[in-house]
Design a protein around this ligand. Structure first.
Ligand code: C2E
Ligand code: CA
Ligand code: CA
Length: 576
C-alpha cells in the first residue's frame, strides 16, 4: 500500500517535470497577487466615491488627476495583465470581475440617478471587448508556442520524449536527490533491417517498438515508475524509479525485453528483435547526468560486445577504461582508413649543434581534429595488431618528403624511422620496406630504423631481420636503451650503428653521481662495441654540458629542437 502511494507520487513528479518542459508556467502566487491587488483598488475606489457622495466603478469615469482615477487605471491594467499572463484562468476571472460590477453601476444610475456612472458602463464594456480580443489572440500564440516547445521535446518519428526531455528529467531528479536508474538501450542488428529491408521498414520497426514500450511505461505493469525516451537511431533510454533493490531494476528491464521479443510483423514479414541494456544508478554509480549517460552506455556496449545470452549489465568502474580503449581503437581504425596518420620530425644534432638528421614520429588526430598522443595510440595499435600499418604509413610519407628535400640540399642527413618489433617479426616486413624505399626514392644510406631494446631480448628471428636490414645498407639504432634487460653478449650480436639512451636516464643524470656514472658507462660500452651514442630527451644546458664531458656523440631533445611539421623541418634542412 505504502509502495503504491510512493509510486503514485513518483509518477506525479515525472509528469509535472515533463509538463514544465513543454509549458511556460507563471507561478500561481502571481495570479493570486493580481486578483488581490485588483480587489484592493476596487475597495479604495469605493471608499473614495463614498466620501465624495457618488458611486464610482473601476476603470471608468474618474479623471486621472484624482486618486480615484489612478486606482481606476490601475484596475484596468491589472485586468489586462491577468489575461496576458494567465490565459484561460486570467480571462475568466477578469470577465467575472467586470460583470460583477454591472449591478452596482445599474443601481447607481437607476436608484441614485448618478449620471456620471454612465461612462463607467461604457468603459467597462470596452474593457471587456478588449480582453476578449487579447485573449483570443493570445490563445493562438500560446498554442503555437506549445506546439514548438512540444516538438523540441518529442521525437518526431515515434512520438516518444527525446534526448532533451530525458536529460531534463534526469537533471530534475538529480536536483531533488531522488534515486533512479538510467538504462541505455540499443537494438541488436537493427542496421541489417535498414540495409536489407530499407529505411521505411526500419522506421516502422522503430515506431512499433516505441509503441510497445510507451504502453508498458504508461501502464506501470513492470512494477516500477518508468519513463522511456528515444535518443536517436535505434537508441532508447529508460529511466526507472520507485524500485527497491538492484534485482527489481533487472526485473523491470526484463519486462521491456520481453515485450520487445514478441513477434513483430511489418508488410507480412516477421521480425524477432533483441536489444542490449546497460544501466547505471543515481546516486550510487554517478552523480551527474553526463557521466550517468556515459556509464550506462559503457555497460551497454560491453554487454553487446560479449554477445552472450544475457543482454543486461550494470555499470562497474573498470568499464570506463575499456570504453576509452575502444574509443582509441575506433580512432586508429578511422585514421588508417582515411589515411590521416601523419608525421613530425624531431631534429638530432651532434655536440657542436650540427644537424645529424631527424626522427620521424607518428601523429594522429581524431575526427574533431584533437591530437591523440602517441603514448596512447601506439601501445593500443600494438595490442590490436595495427602498429605495422602506422609504421608503414609514417615511413612512406616521411621518406617521400625527406627524399624530395634531400634533392634540394647537399647535406648528408639521416631519417630515423621507428619500427615496432611486432612489425619486424612479420613475414613480409622486408618486402614492405623495399617497396616503400623504391616508391619514396630515399637513398638507403640516409635511412635508419629504430628498434626498441626491451623487446629484442634473445629473438633469433629479430636478429636475422636486423641483419637483412643492415645488408640493404640501412643504419640500425637501438631505441630506449637501458630500459630492457638485454645482456652484453646479445648486444654484441646485434649489428647496430647507434645506441639511443632513454630519456629517463638523462632526466636522472644530474641528480646524483652514480646516475651520471651510469650514463657515462653506457656511452663507454657503446663505444667499445663500435656504436655511436645519442641521448634522448635533453632539456637543460646542465645536461648538455655533462653529456659533452662524458663523450656523448649526439643529442635529441627539446633544448635544441621539438618535433616539427614538415614545412619547418624543410626550412631547417635547407639551412643545414
Ligand atoms: P620514442 O621513440 O622514444 O620517441 C621520442 C619521444 O620523446 C617523442 O615523443 C619525443 O617527442 C619525445 N621527446 C624528445 N625530446 C624530448 C624532450 O626533450 N623532452 C620531452 N619531454 N620529450 C622529448 P612522442 O612523439 O610522444 O612519441 C612517443 C613514443 O611513441 C615514441 O617514443 C615511440 O615509442 C612511439 N612512436 C612514435 N612514433 C612512432 C612510429 O611511427 N612507430 C612506432 N612504432 N612508434 C612510434
Ligand atoms: Ca624512437
Ligand atoms: Ca626512445
Amino acid at each position: 500500500m505504502k509502495k503504491d502511494s510512493q509510486s503514485a507520487s513518483d509518477k506525479a513528479n515525472m509528469d509535472s517535470t515533463l509538463r514544465k518542459i513543454t509549458k511556460l508556467e507563471v507561478p500561481k502566487s502571481a495570479f493570486v497577487l493580481l486578483v488581490l491587488l485588483y480587489i484592493l483598488s476596487w475597495m479604495s475606489i469605493s471608499n473614495i466615491s463614498k466620501n465624495s457622495g457618488s458611486i464610482m466603478i473601476l476603470g471608468m469615469n474618474a479623471p486621472l488627476s484624482s486618486f480615484a482615477g489612478v486606482f481606476s487605471s490601475l484596475g484596468s491594467a491589472l485586468i489586462i495583465l491577468m489575461v496576458v499572463l494567465f490565459g484561460k484562468l486570467g480571462f475568466i476571472t477578469s470577465l467575472l470581475l467586470l460583470i460583477f460590477q454591472y449591478p452596482f453601476m445599474v443601481l447607481s444610475i437607476l436608484v441614485r440617478h448618478t449620471v456620471s456612472t454612465i461612462p463607467g458602463v461604457f468603459s467597462n464594456t470596452v474593457t471587456m471587448l478588449v480582453i476578449i480580443l487579447i485573449y483570443s489572440n493570445n490563445r493562438k500564440i500560446r498554442k503555437y508556442q506549445e506546439r514548438v516547445r512540444a516538438q523540441a521535446v518529442i521525437d518526431a518519428l515515434t512520438g516518444l520524449p527525446n534526448r532533451f526531455a530525458c536529460t531534463e528529467l534526469m537533471n530534475e531528479l538529480i536536483k531533488r536527490g531522488s534515486k533512479f536508474a538510467i538504462v541505455s538501450i540499443d537494438l541488436d542488428n537493427f542496421k541489417s533491417i535498414n540495409d536489407t529491408m530499407g529505411n521505411r521498414v526500419g522506421d516502422e520497426v522503430l515506431k512499433e517498438v516505441a509503441k510497445r514500450w510507451k504502453e508498458l511505461a504508461e501502464s506501470g505493469k513492470a512494477g516500477t515508475v518508468d519513463f522511456i525516451a528515444r535518443l536517436g537511431g535505434d537508441e532508447f533510454s529508460l529511466i526507472i524509479r520507485g524500485y527497491g533493490s538492484d534485482d527489481s531494476i533487472v526485473n523491470t528491464i526484463k519486462v521491456y525485453e520481453a515485450v520487445l521479443k514478441e513477434k513483430l510483423t511489418i508488410d507480412d514479414c516477421d521480425y524477432y528483435l533483441t536489444a542490449s541494456f546497460g544501466y547505471a544508478e543515481f546516486p550510487t554509480d554517478n552523480a551527474d547526468e553526463v557521466t550517468l549517460f556515459s556509464s550506462a552506455d559503457a555497460a551497454m556496449h560491453e554487454i553487446k560486445r560479449q554477445g552472450k545470452a544475457n543482454h543486461i549489465l550494470h555499470f562497474y568502474p573498470e568499464l570506463i577504461n575499456k570504453e576509452k580503449d575502444l574509443e582509441t581503437e575506433r580512432k586508429i581504425r578511422a585514421a588508417l582508413e582515411n589515411d590521416t596518420v601523419y608525421f613530425n620530425l624531431q631534429p638530432q644534432y651532434d655536440m657542436n649543434h650540427k644537424l645529424r638528421g631527424f626522427e620521424a614520429l607518428a601523429r594522429m588526430k581524431d575526427s574533431e581534429n584533437k591530437i591523440i598522443p602517441p603514448d596512447q595510440f601506439i601501445p593500443m595499435a600494438e595490442k590490436i595488431g595495427l602498429v605495422d600499418q602506422i609504421d608503414l604509413s609514417v615511413f612512406r610519407k616521411s621518406a617521400t618528403f625527406f627524399a624530395s628535400v634531400l634533392k634540394k640540399t647537399n647535406a648528408d642527413l639521416t631519417l630515423s624511422i621507428n619500427i615496432s618489433v611486432k612489425h619486424l617479426m612479420k613475414n613480409n616486413f622486408l618486402d614492405e620496406m623495399k617497396e616503400a624505399i623504391d616508391i619514396s626514392g630515399i637513398p638507403v644510406k640516409n635511412l635508419e630504423v629504430e628498434i626498441t631494446e626491451s623487446i629484442m631480448i634473445d629473438s633469433e628471428r629479430a636478429l636475422k631481420c636486423i641483419e637483412e636490414i643492415k645488408k640493404m645498407g640501412i643504419k640500425v639504432a637501438i631505441d630506449d636503451f637501458g630500459t630492457g634487460y638485454s645482456s652484453l653478449s646479445y648486444l654484441n650480436k646485434i649489428p647496430a650503428d647507434l645506441l639511443k639512451i632513454d630519456k629517463s636516464f638523462i632526466d636522472e643524470m644530474n641528480s646524483s653521481d652514480s646516475s651520471r656514472q651510469y650514463v657515462a658507462s653506457i656511452i663507454q660500452i657503446g663505444h667499445v662495441l663500435g656504436l655511436e651514442v645519442i641521448s634522448e630527451g635533453v632539456e637543460s644546458p646542465d645536461q648538455l654540458d655533462v653529456l659533452k664531458g662524458i663523450g656523448c656523440d649526439f643529442i635529441q631533445g627539446f633544448i635544441w629542437g621539438r618535433p616539427l611539421d614538415s614545412e619547418d623541418a624543410e626550412k631547417l634542412m635547407l639551412t643545414a
